[in-house]
Design a protein around this ligand. Structure first.
Ligand code: FDA
Length: 308
């Protein structure tokens, strides 16, 4: 309930100005965001890959309403990928892209602009030996995102996509995406969605996650299990046994700064664990979704504001 209120309020300009304007906010943001510059991101990549983790890097930003800013975001990814090429990490490094940051929200031409910008990122990823995964934003963007995914996969077949278990449509989308070499990141879903399109209750979302996970693990693609939830991780292991998948046939993904103990434990057990590293100065939307996921984070934030 508190989480939904926070997500709804986070879209109000006054809330954005208030939260962003408090100097101490930055200290709390640092728990979830690797820094503001590509150099900060590369530093985090070095640190995490040095401990055996894989990474996916997100240049923060979303719902861009300016074509110049969308092109600039694409260039930021290209610069980052050039720096990653020098680290020679191969598929241990990839980038995560929000299509609304590269043009999807620009009206009638949005899809075309987003596709062109994403293609540039795809080219840079390919020459760095890396891959690209499309994040999934609110439910109004799903058809567009899957359409752009299809077009991108013609040139960049390894392009992955996030699917949100909370949406009623996602089981069908998982079926459609369960073909050979199809990389699908399954997540619970971080956006406030109406009851006409999404499960509202946490238990229902968890059950839907298991149904989607079963489809992906039984299918022919490459499931990327994006969760910090112990119960879902142990169900993943059961499904891997049932469908004859070994550790290299799927991977776990978690967010920067969340359950780092579990990230290391799974890596130690031989799993691929990919950490989603966000960086950049447009951290507001990402940060508010992390606060909304967990009441304890809100308390942590309020204590920091109070100087404790
Ligand atoms: P749940 O929220 O039930 O958390 C399980 C446990 O994890 C908690 O008990 C706690 O220990 C820990 N935890 C979870 N969130 C925490 C937080 N914010 N702070 C501290 N601890 C926390 N969503 C989306 O809509 N589109 C997308 O493209 C993506 N992309 C994405 C990539 C990756 C790699 C991950 C891991 C997640 C996403 N998400 C996402 C976010 C996702 O939808 C979801 O909101 C979060 O992963 C939290 O859900 P959990 O599955 O972790 O379960």
């Amino acid at each position: 309930m508190l989480g939904s209120l926070l997500l709804a309020g986070s879209r109000l300009p006054l809330v954005r100005r208030t939260v962003s304007g408090v100097p101490l906010t930055r200290k709390v943001v640092d728990r979830f965001v690797a820094g503001e510059t590509a150099k900060d991101a590369v530093g985090a990549v070095r640190r995490l890959t040095g401990t055996g983790l894989s990474v996916t890097i997100d240049h923060l930003g979303e719902e861009t309403k300016d074509a110049g800013a969308a092109a600039q975001t694409a260039r930021a990814y290209v610069t980052l990928l050039d720096a990653l090429r020098e680290l020679d990490l191969g598929d241990r490094a990839e980038v995560s892209v929000k299509l609304s940051a590269v043009g999807q929200a620009l009206g009638a031409d949005g899809d075309k602009i987003a596709l062109e910008n994403a293609r540039q990122i795809g080219e840079a990823a390919r020459s760095a030996g890396a891959t690209m995964t499309l994040d999934m934003e609110d439910h109004t963007t799903v058809d567009s995102t899957l359409g752009i995914l299809g077009a991108l996969r013609e040139d960049f077949p390894s392009t992955g996509v996030a699917i949100q278990a909370c949406l009623f449509r996602s089981e069908a989308d998982c079926h459609d995406l369960s073909h050979d070499a199809s990389r699908v990141r399954l997540v619970k879903g971080a956006y406030a969605e109406p009851s006409s399109v999404a499960h509202q209750n946490k238990n229902e979302v968890d059950k839907a996650y298991v149904r989607c996970l079963r489809i992906l693990m039984a299918g022919k693609g490459y499931p990327m299990v994006g969760t910090h939830d112990d119960r879902l991780i142990s169900i993943t292991e059961t499904l891997a046994d049932r469908f004859g998948r070994s550790v290299g046939d799927y991977e776990y993904q978690m967010l920067y700064g969340i359950r780092t103990d579990k990230q290391q434990a799974l890596t130690g057990a031989g799993h691929t664990v990919r950490v989603y590293i966000p960086y950049g100065d447009d951290w507001y939307g990402y940060f508010m979704r992390r606060l909304a996921e967990r009441p304890a984070n809100i308390a942590f934030f309020l204590r920091a504001l109070g100087g404790k």
